[in-house]
Design a protein around this ligand. Sequence first.
Ligand code: CDV
Length: 319
Amino acid sequence: MDAIVVGVAQLGPVQKSDTRAEVVGRMVALLREAAGRGCSFVVFPELALTSFFPRWVYDRGDAELEAFFEAEMPGPDTHALFQAATDLSVGFYLGYAEIAGEKRFNSSILVDRTGRIIGKYRKVHLPGHQTPDPSRLGEHLEKRYFDVGDLDFPVWETMGARIGMCICNDRRWPETYRVMGLQGVELIALGYNTPTGLGEPYQAATLAAAHNALSLRAGAYQNACWVAAAAKCGVEEGFPMIGGSMIVSPLGEVVTQAATLEDELITARCDLSMARYARTEIFNFVRHRRPEAYALITERQGAGDPVQPTRAQMGLPDA
Ligand code: CDV
């Protein structure tokens, strides 16, 4: 039976004053715990190395903003994480802010058990705004600081599974999972920072945890894959963010969930054969999907006029 033991390494808050080396130290401790609990792959959060900076207003190019980005990966501070992964023979997913020439991406990497970066993903769905507005309860300026990801949603065969990645807001979009589902993805790794208290444009605060679980469970179930989701959570610089890191089975069941808003490791043995029934029956894409009926998905970005068949097509007499 093919299985991979996966760890989700939730991180508690990272304050502005916390150094990269301190954060990496916390991550290495979680990696060690994961190795001790039999994990071969660990998922860290989105923008794991720093405080969640899109809450603050900068201009692109500001030195304080640039300091949140990584010019190299591994770099002087993250090298220790790669070394630990190699020593422990544990692969990982890491979210970080990437400098790529003139561009800036909200990125994640897939690192194998030898410490080699084998894949990269750049966040496609950037929530929030370009322009700050003091009337909002809180800012979320990802559109201001990041370029839209240009690598689509790739999937890699590695560490005994087909693994794909996405980042935070991507998890709310069914297209994210489906594009990877169409590559036979078996495990989707993702990290998130989900602030609360930003007001209604973003979410009903009382439903934030429910919407998190709803999105992850639907994506896993409808694409017959495991989903491993890691939060950075708790109160950062006075701003609260949800926890609820979880691992969801291909049946859409939450098999384990974080109980705290702090650094916490959760693990699950992800049996890849659990998806078999779904893939051969209810979600057998080849037998049941009808791409010819889904043209609007790629033709349209936003909702437009209704598109109706003619009365003749519906077998109805002329009106
Ligand atoms: N980091 C994120 O993408 N956060 C969004 C918030 C702004 C709603 C999310 O979808 O969780």
